[in-house]
Write a protein that binds this ligand. Structure first.
Ligand code: ADP
Ligand code: ADP
Length: 228
């Protein structure tokens, strides 16, 4: 069953002769539980594609569906992680993590245990009462990832989530992400410009090129993984 289905997706910025075709007739579908990495150089339309999947931008033409439904805005079955975590400075780590619960008007009490469990998995248990400025960049990014998972979304959409981190932290985060994916069986879309990261993480790599943004390769990585 397809978790994501995209067909004939085109996105232009501007109109007429000055228009820039950021995505040109993109099509793909992603199965439930699949870990798909989009890789390609700067300007190939990766972020544009993700913004459309997240519901923050609209396509010029074509269709994009999640679980068989057209994407009309942010969805509660989707968690999103961007390059920098955008934590709220006046909220503690725990309150930042619980933000989706507040926004979705869910019951805080019911989700507190999950929040704490995820914070513990991310090595942040003793920091739940800290404020973002008291944490290192890597720790802040981990808070962002925990926040994206707190409402147990089926889909995790990530745009260069570890791009700002040093190489070692990045490697650790990649391993943590793989563990989360295996344990919780998410469908993951992960965007990067690093081929190494793509091959390390993916079930499947979709390679994009710019001017206009297109998918030029669809590669399945056949390394058996421990999934149970
Ligand atoms: P990537 O994430 O692969 O670097 P983007 O999706 O950010 O690519 O950009 C694709 C193309 O669309 C680039 O040429 C970029 O300059 C252009 N673009 C992105 N966002 C906008 C915007 N809001 N207005 C105009 N052009 C944009
Ligand atoms: P990372 O960004 O991966 O956390 P750092 O080199 O920034 O790596 O920090 C290394 C470790 O030091 C952290 O994982 C954390 O355990 C500890 N640490 C960092 N910042 C703080 C802080 N403000 N208070 C307490 N411990 C910290």
């Amino acid at each position: 069953k397809a978790a994501i289905r995209v067909h004939g997706l085109t996105k232009c910025y501007g109109v007429g002769s000055g228009a820039l075709v950021a995505l040109s007739d993109i099509g793909f579908s992603v199965g439930e539980g699949e870990f798909t990495v989009f890789v390609g150089p700067s300007g190939c339309g990766k972020s544009t594609l993700l913004k459309i999947l997240v519901g923050l931008d609209r396509a010029t033409a074509g269709t994009a569906e999640i679980q068989g439904e057209a994407i009309t805005g942010p969805r509660r079955d989707t968690g999103v992680v961007f390059q920098s975590p955008v934590l709220f400075p006046w909220r503690t780590v725990l309150d930042n993590v619980l933000l989706p619960i507040d926004v979705l008007r869910l019951d805080r009490k019911q989700h507190l245990a999950t929040a704490r469990e995820l914070l513990s998995m991310a090595g942040l248990s003793s920091f739940e009462r800290h404020y973002p400025w008291q944490l290192s960049g890597g720790m802040q990014q981990r808070v962002g990832i925990v926040r994206a998972l707190v409402h147990d979304p089926k889909l995790l959409l990530m745009d260069e989530p570890f791009g700002a981190l040093d190489a070692l932290t990045r490697e650790n985060m990649n391993m943590e992400l793989q563990r989360i994916w295996m344990e919780r069986r998410k469908t993951v879309i992960f965007i990067t410009h690093s081929i190494t990261e793509a091959v390390l993480l993916a079930d499947r790599v979709l390679v994009m090129t710019p001017r206009p943004g297109r998918i030029v390769r669809d590669i399945r990585i056949d390394i058996p993984r421990p999934r149970d």
